[in-house]
Design a protein around this ligand. Structure first.
Ligand code: XIL
Length: 372
């Protein structure tokens, strides 16, 4: 049986051409955050369309981008990304309707009353989601609302001054998800956050909220785990897998939404130590395996795809970079191959699990995991 698996695995790897083809065959979303301004660059556009079946505008659906002043709603950049996806048969994730950061000054500095803020936010959600109805299949409705201790943060939407539900715990979040569901009942609605990838105080709070929402019929379909690996290159893979398991057990999907694995770089942007790329590939592989071992983990999205364009250098004041699947010349890195192999294993598992399921329902022969 092991021989059969190895033969099939080699055949799949040999036959497979691109990450996108693997993703389509396996039925998962392989996605990247994109910058519409770069879509006119041939290598950027062709790599994106060839290798990914999904994309997400990195910044262009945030408040500060869409609403530069009180009167203007500017969809130009977001439309470019969504239009590119349509032409190339790709899906789109939306990021993000509500966040405590990246809000324009006219919004944060004006002394709005909770009633005014509530009307503004409801109108914003309805306007943006209606525009992209049928074209954006999943939305990060709310981003980063919980801190590392598991307490609610205090953005303007909660209690500065909030939308009228200040001090009432997650009631304001519930309201936002209900507005989003009313605006586009077909969209999948996600809560997205970073720092709660493994089992810890933050993810405990996220879990409690999602569980409560599911029990009371508040419309939430998924959890986005950002997965920026910038300061820590020793992720707790077992904890990440356990966390994904507990969320999917609630009946929600998990998407890995902002994966990048930063390496120390020289001033010219190149990696200091080439061995770092191997370690990086292993991290990509383990994260992908943690996701793909749960049928409810259905998307892996990287935060950009070429090292030419990534937020990591500015986020680390130039100390780190080279965090993505393709180098600055669009050549695939070992991390690309690692992700591809993890994907091939998920595909194979799907194909052969009926063949090797024994009477106890456990695939002990090869994979030593439950057949799903
Ligand atoms: C970042 C973008 O990558 C940068 O270009 C921008 O300057 C700031 O925002 N978590 C998120 C993303 O949810 O929206 C952030 O994106 C990175 C951290």
């Amino acid at each position: 049986m092991r021989l059969l698996f190895l033969l099939l695995f080699s055949a799949v790897l040999a036959a497979a051409q691109t990450l996108r083809q693997d993703a389509d065959r396996t039925g998962v979303f392989i996605s990247a955050a994109v910058r519409p301004a770069q879509l006119s660059e041939v290598a950027y556009a062709s790599t994106l369309a060839r290798e990914f079946n999904t994309l997400e505008p990195e910044n262009d659906l945030k408040w500060a981008a869409l609403r530069p002043d009180e009167k203007t709603v500017d969809f130009t950049q977001a439309d470019q990304a969504v239009g590119f996806a349509r032409v190339h048969g790709m899906k789109v994730r939306g990021h993000t309707l509500v966040w405590g950061w990246w809000n324009p000054a006219w919004l944060t500095d004006h002394p709005f009353t909770p009633q005014q803020l509530s009307a503004l936010l409801q109108e914003h959600i309805a306007r943006v989601m209606t525009r992209y109805r049928g074209r954006i299949f999943a939305w990060d409705v709310l981003n980063e609302a919980i801190d590392e201790r598991g307490h609610l943060r205090s953005p303007l939407w909660y209690d500065k001054p909030g939308i009228g539900l200040a001090g009432q715990s997650t009631a304001y979040i519930e309201q936002i998800f209900r507005w989003a569901h009313a605006a586009d009942p077909d969209a999948r609605l996600f809560y997205n956050d970073g720092g709660g990838e493994t089992v810890n105080a933050k993810s405990d709070a996220m879990y409690a909220m999602v569980k409560d929402f599911r029990q009371r019929g508040v419309p939430i379909d998924g959890v986005g785990l950002q997965m920026h690996m910038i300061d820590d290159l020793n992720p707790d893979f077992a904890g990440i897998a356990a966390n994904i398991a507990r969320f999917t057990a609630l009946g929600v999907q998990v998407h890995i939404t902002e994966l990048d694995v930063a390496l120390p770089i020289r001033a010219d942007g190149n990696v200091r130590d080439l061995a770092g790329r191997v370690r990086q590939a292993e991290i990509y592989r383990h994260i992908a395996e943690a996701c793909f071992s749960h049928p409810g983990c259905t998307a892996i999205q990287t935060w950009g795809f070429t090292d030419k364009y990534s937020w990591v250098r500015s986020r680390t004041n130039g100390a780190k970079g080279a965090a993505l699947l393709f180098d600055r010349n669009y050549a695939p890195k070992p991390a690309y191959q690692a992700l591809k192999e993890a994907l091939a294993i998920r595909g194979l598992k799907k194909t052969i699990s009926p063949l090797i399921q024994n009477s106890s329902g456990t695939c002990t022969v090869i994979l030593e995991t439950p057949c799903k």
